[in-house]
Design a binder for this molecule. Structure first.
Ligand SMILES: C[S@@+](CC[C@H](N)C(=O)[O-])C[C@H]1O[C@@H](n2cnc3c(N)ncnc32)[C@H](O)[C@@H]1O
Length: 268
């Protein structure tokens, strides 16, 4: 457990996927000891929670402007957090999911704070990888799991076992350095992702695009298709994680998900 009074420095803490309901007790306790909190939220829930616990905070969502260069924004955010930590005692950066899972800002914070002699500590959070495993009910022990950031996958061209489930994160910004928060992915880049995957998989391989609920009222969103047709789904590819099920597609859960789509609309 954390000490009641924390040391000065930067605290990178994960707030999970589903609004404030994924905040851990450990994170909540730490936040209560902060002098300032930076966060990024397109909704209002995090801001409301921070004002209820009476914490000075700043929502950085407006910095994440559509079509701007993401690395530039990440650098600006890391610089702002470090600058604040040079003045305030304890500064938190509240990041979505697990902050050390595919989050360049957190990696930058470690680098730039070290250069200034500022201590950085990290607290885990519920990641989309956790919610996806449970939403899909993947028995990782039985099937295994391969995970990549989509663009890193394209760059690394790793060895892939096509029978083992594969998760590709950030599929909507494949080789795209710009912010695509509200707009659809560029369809040419989705076609490029399709071609990259076709180097490994046959064209009739099934994929699922999965979106875990991010509020109490949201339901699991998903869409299924074949790889050869991935480019036709540019409007949904940016809304979640692309999952190639491998042998998991022979499970009753996969059948139930695809049957539910046949019985209703194409995307849920
Ligand atoms: C930059 S990564 C950050 C991941 C985050 N640190 C985490 O632990 O989940 C963003 C990607 O995570 C995945 N992701 C985030 N929220 C999700 C959700 N609600 N459902 C499915 N995938 C999600 C998507 O692939 C998205 O493009």
């Amino acid at each position: 457990m954390l000490e009641d009074r924390t040391e000065r420095g930067i605290y990178i803490v994960g707030h999970g996927i589903k609004g404030v309901s994924h905040l851990t007790l450990e994170t909540n306790k730490l936040l209560l000891q902060m002098d300032f909190v930076f966060y990024m939220d397109a909704g209002t829930e995090l801001g409301e929670y921070l004002s209820v616990i009476d914490l000075p905070s700043m929502n950085l969502i407006d910095w994440y402007a559509e079509n701007r260069d993401r690395e530039e924004i990440y650098g600006k955010i890391a610089a702002a957090v470090v600058a604040k930590a040079e003045k305030a005692d304890r500064v938190a950066y509240l990041a979505p999911g697990n902050p050390f899972f595919l989050n360049s800002i957190c990696e930058l914070l470690f680098l730039s704070a070290a250069g200034k002699g500022i201590a950085v500590q990290l607290l885990s959070g519920v990641s989309s990888i956790d919610t996806l495993i449970s939403d899909l009910q993947i028995s990782v022990g039985e099937f295994g799991l391969q995970c990549y950031d989509a663009t890193s996958f394209g760059l690394l061209r790793p060895k892939v076992d096509i029978f083992v489930p594969l998760m590709l994160f950030d599929p909507g910004v494949f080789y795209d350095p710009t912010v695509r928060f509200r707009s659809n992915p560029d369809s040419l880049r989705v076609a490029h992702l399709r071609d990259c995957l076709l180097e490994y998989y046959p064209g009739d391989e099934m994929w699922i695009l999965v979106h875990s609920p991010m509020t109490r009222d949201e339901k699991l969103g998903y869409c299924v298709g074949t790889l050869a047709e991935l480019h036709r789904y540019a409007e949904v590819i940016g809304r979640g994680t692309l999952f190639l099920p491998g042998r998991w597609r022979f499970t009753p859960r996969f059948k139930a998900l695809t049957d539910a789509l046949r019985g209703g609309s194409e995307a849920r």
